[in-house]
Unconditional design. Sequence first.
Length: 270
Amino acid sequence: MKLWGGGAPENNLLVGKKIGFTLAEVLITIGIIGIVAAMTLPTLINDAKNRELQTQLKKTYSELNQMSQLFYSDYGMSVPEYLAGARAGATWSNFVNKIFPRYFKLVNKVDNWTGGMVDPDTGSAYDTMPYYLYTLKGHKRTSPICDNSGYYSDIIGRYYLFNDSPDTADDNGPIICVDINGEKQPNTYGKDFFLFVFTVDGYVIPMGQPHAHNKIINGTLATNGVNTGSNYCSSTTSSRESASACAYYAISDVNPEGNGTYWKDFLRGK
């Protein structure tokens, strides 16, 4: 019985052909794959982490707005109006310690640290917050922009801090800082630490978003000003204000320094 077609053996498929690779060829191939993986894997891991943070940020933004609108429905006024004295007996402390936790399912106050807090034993001001924050340039900051409330944690581990009340009922405020994954790294402005602002029309906007009732203070947040513009979402300076407006670009996924996206193009390599 003939198992092959006719013809000379050298014309038959596979006859006399070498099958497989030499050890040297296999090692070269593995080496090439290793080099490619070493070049691309860190970028892939970083992009995956950024996608996770982006999802957490959007969730936080949505829930802050739900809280603010529920407050407006219950009290008949916005948070800025309430805090500016439009309701008798309203205080910043009552809002931060009682009202906000009730709406946002906060578990507890995890730390009492505030800016200028004095050590009762030494009489000196505490210089550092419970954990350090970093700028996009990698510089360590020993105090957050929101330094008037202590640290509150919710049931999924996010941390919330507040800045001053608005100066008038016509000003947006207060600013609320959110560490969207708590004490987990990277603890960096513009990556997992973002600023938001309560508005007079009952919403919450990301810091950096233009609004008619933003109180604009050039270069400072000392008097509860709201920073806007791409110069307040920069990776080239070391001040904490340099990334104070990144929430606006992060939620929009727009690169503040040019073309492309925020989470890939702007944050890649940072």
